[in-house]
Design a protein around this ligand. Sequence first.
Ligand code: PEP
Length: 261
Amino acid sequence: MKTIIGNWKMYVGVRESVALARGMLYALRGKKIVPHVVICPSFVALSDVRKIITRSHVALGAQDMFWEETGAYTGEISSRMLSELAVSYVLIGHSERRHSLGETDEMIGKKVQQVFRSGMTPVLCVGETAEERAQGKTQEIVEQQLHQDFAGVEYPPASELFIAYEPRWAIGTGMAATPQDAVVMHQSIRGWVKEIFPSIRDEQIHVLYGGSVDGANAYAFLREKEIDGVLVGGASVKLTLMQEVLSAAIEAMEGEAHQSS
Ligand code: PEP
């Protein structure tokens, strides 16, 4: 199974979000093999998008969440609020929040813990900057992020865990990593996650690639066994591009089914 997550960032309001959700359902209609799709609209569109995707295979995700359940935290959104809207996935530690909004590993760790506590599934985003990559520190940085973000986090035994490897230099730049580089990172990420949570089973870990994925390059990532899916930002708010990404996922899954038969 491949997972496709659409991060609609702050690109679209309620009306466009509803239209996008409808378009995605239409693109999946009648397909025999369907990827696991999660869409992450802005907070203000969650409620309306939820109505569109109820009783479909598409799941609802949020782009962030605060670590306390209730209290005097003006402007923040809690797990309880998201649960009321049937949100089941939450992006945590997106590079735009780490780098533009000063989110620290400590804050990210508290958010991951709260996502687990509330029974939702975190999609933890990790990745190096262009400078760190140029210094040959990619592996070191991502390993450090995982250790710091999961420090003290109790892993609920039945939970799923999604990690999105998203090099910062690839996000929104049109310069995606190569599938080969992503595969190497994904193998390392799996190993580190297993070190951190020794009781986690292989099938509970899903490692996705994100960073300038679109209809033209999605298949090259999705055909790789080690790449469990893609997290798509800019292209996910352009319906034709997202339809191409979904078709690429279906093609990759058909290939997998063919190989195992
Ligand atoms: C993202 O927002 O997580 C992302 C990968 O963005 P883009 O696809 O636009 O690079």
